[in-house]
Ligand binder design. Structure first.
Ligand code: IMP
Ligand code: MG
Length: 221
């Protein structure tokens, strides 16, 4: 098709993306030795998130939305996305009631996705029965986490389920799953920052960066 709808488009970060030198931005002193390059500066994350909020409200507006945050990695994106949705609600003729819910999933150890996806906490999913649910995720890699969550959720019969993921990785390990909305498509790199972690470190970093090999060893469990 000549013109794809904006909500089915995303910002593609190419495989030869060089990113930006660390020295040009502010990063916490305790991580200076661990990072190679800044790949997505915080400001760009925010600008893209603002647009995702607009696309989501345009599609889901009029319905009550339950925004379901996938912890822990999704919390920054969740909070910023909801701030933008709130701003739209305050300033537009059309507004959409928003409630929040949280679920905690774990599938990663070191920089490898494991085969098991564990649900470790959160509200009873049964509270989502009959609701319009917006799942907010940080990154889709193999797609297994999201497919597991979607199948768990479908047992509770929500009215509608949409998924927004800030990042989607181009990887041969992918199942072919694509979220309804995505911020950026990224190369097959291990990324940290903006709540994306490596064994719980780097959530306290504003930009999305590439971890260097030395750091992978340093923070290995
Ligand atoms: P999937 O099940 O393979 O799609 O993996 C999704 C989950 O793995 C995400 O929710 C993240 O928590 C984690 N993950 C995947 N890639 C990365 C990465 O590059 N950095 C940090 N976490 C990641
Ligand atoms: Mg996650």
């Amino acid at each position: 098709p000549l013109s794809r709808s904006p909500r089915n488009r995303w910002l593609k970060i190419p495989d030869d993306e060089k990113g930006y030198e660390l020295d040009l931005f502010c990063v916490p002193k305790h991580y200076e030795e661990d990072l190679d390059r800044v790949i997505i500066p915080h400001g760009l994350i925010m600008d893209r998130t603002e647009r995702l909020a607009r696309d989501i409200v345009r599609d889901m507006g009029g319905h009550h939305i339950v925004a379901l945050c996938v912890l822990k990695g999704g919390y920054k994106f969740f909070s910023d996305l909801l701030d933008y949705i709130k701003a739209l609600n305050q300033n537009c003729d059309k507004s959409v009631p928003l409630t929040v819910d949280f679920i905690r999933l774990k599938s990663y150890c070191n920089d490898q996705s494991t085969n098991s996806v564990k649900v470790i906490g959160g509200d009873e999913l049964s509270t989502l029965t009959g609701k319009n649910v917006l799942i907010v995720e940080d990154i889709v890699e193999t797609g297994r986490t999201m497919e597991t969550l979607l199948s768990l959720l479908s047992e509770c019969n929500p009215k509608m389920v949409k998924v927004v993921s800030l990042l989607v990785k181009r990887t041969p390990r992918g199942s072919g799953y694509r979220p309804d909305y995505m911020g950026f498509e990224v190369p097959d790199w291990f990324l940290v920052g903006y709540a994306l972690d490596y064994n719980e470190y780097f959530r306290d970093l504003g930009h999305i960066c590439i971890l260097n090999e030395k750091a992978k060893v340093k923070y290995k469990v």
